[in-house]
Design a binder for this molecule. Structure first.
Ligand SMILES: NC(=O)C[C@H](N)C(=O)O
Length: 336
């Protein structure tokens, strides 16, 4: 019989209203298993029970370690992680970076609490278990399964605060409905990185959004606060206004690694513009993050820096995401 391990971490799928305090993650994962396919042997345990907006890098490392430990056990065909949607893209991406095993790791959650009459949690969890149990998902890495869609963790982001299908961006690998999984594509996976150590917990990488009138001296303040890395969420294809090129140069001179991402949800960073734009920022030492959005770029940079990786190897790691011409998946059914 197929065996799936479910790791609970909290999120809306595990939340109930607490009088006057809003919804709070409180349900152990074993209370959420009602809709799961009885044909699959399910084992479950809680790693933590919290809203994902509260997660620290340490928490994310502990979740990733639990996943890797379970994935290494030969009795498991797949792993499911229940997780809040707010930062699911960070945890799922970190797991994808470090997962060497072939077992799929399927993240899911809910947009409506466990005590809502129309909660979407049970269906999402049932879909996630089907996905993890299906032999065709072996070697898919970490994926996000939500509202019937299965997406590669890489490049996926929460794009809607309330919608029942909040995730988009990453490659669509398959669809699952009523216990039937239809694969669409296989992900193109990057080389596996070493698992995070305790060093990861305190590796400081900050994100700086660029907007009209934003102050480049924020970079200097972060350098003063001993940041180790800065990800710029640039405008458009990766640009910034007056003063940022010099601020990047100062940060680089202080030994801080700077990456250039974009605040735009879709499309890669491509140095096109001068006069302080992407061409000048890259010349000043900012590493383009390709199609990785700022929050996943931050996770990759934090993992690399915590492993002691220094430039130019950080730049080489980002080069894997550096072009939209490289497909992030190979279609199984080109017509879909
Ligand atoms: N839908 C959710 O799970 C959102 C929740 N605030 C969380 O991330 O924990």
């Amino acid at each position: 019989m197929t065996t799936v391990k479910i790791l609970g971490t909290g999120g809306t799928i595990a939340s109930r209203a607490v009088d006057g305090h809003g919804a709070v993650a409180s349900e152990p994962v074993e209370n959420l298993l009602d809709g799961v396919d009885p044909e699959v042997t399910v084992r479950s345990r809680d790693v933590m029970t919290t809203g994902s907006y509260r997660l620290t890098l340490r928490d994310i490392r502990l979740i990733a370690e639990s996943v890797l430990d379970e994935a290494a056990r030969p009795e498991h065909d797949g792993i499911v992680v229940t997780h809040g949607t707010d930062t699911m893209e960070e945890t799922a991406f970190l797991v994808d970076l470090v997962l060497a095993e072939r077992v799929p790791v399927v993240f899911t959650g809910a947009q409506r609490s466990a005590d809502a009459t129309d909660t979407d949690g049970p269906r999402n969890l049932a879909d996630a278990v089907h996905t993890a149990a299906d032999p065709r998902t072996q070697n898919w890495g970490a994926v996000i399964c939500f509202d019937g869609e299965i997406r590669a963790a890489t490049q996926t982001a929460k794009m809607h605060t309330l919608a029942s299908a909040p995730f988009a961006g990453g490659a669509l690998l398959g669809r699952v409905h009523s216990g039937r999984l239809s694969p669409v594509a296989d992900p193109v996976r990057r080389a596996t990185l070493g698992r995070p150590s305790a060093e990861f917990d305190t590796t400081r990488v900050d994100i700086v959004p660029i907007y009209p009138g934003s102050d480049p001296e924020l970079l200097d303040l972060l350098v003063e606060r001993s940041t180790q890395g800065i990800v710029l969420a640039g405008t458009g294809s990766g640009n910034a206004g007056a003063g940022y090129v010099e601020a990047v140069q100062r940060a680089r001179a202080a030994g801080v690694v700077v990456a250039l991402s974009t605040r735009v949800p879709y499309g890669p960073v491509v140095p096109i513009y001068g006069n302080g734009g992407g061409v000048d920022l890259v010349a000043a030492g900012a590493i383009p993050t390709g199609a990785l959005h700022p929050f996943q770029a931050r996770m990759l940079m934090a993992l690399l820096l915590s492993h002691g990786v220094r430039e130019p190897d950080v730049a080489a790691a980002f080069a894997a995401d550096a072009t939209d011409l490289k497909p992030s998946c190979t279609p199984q059914h080109p017509s879909e």
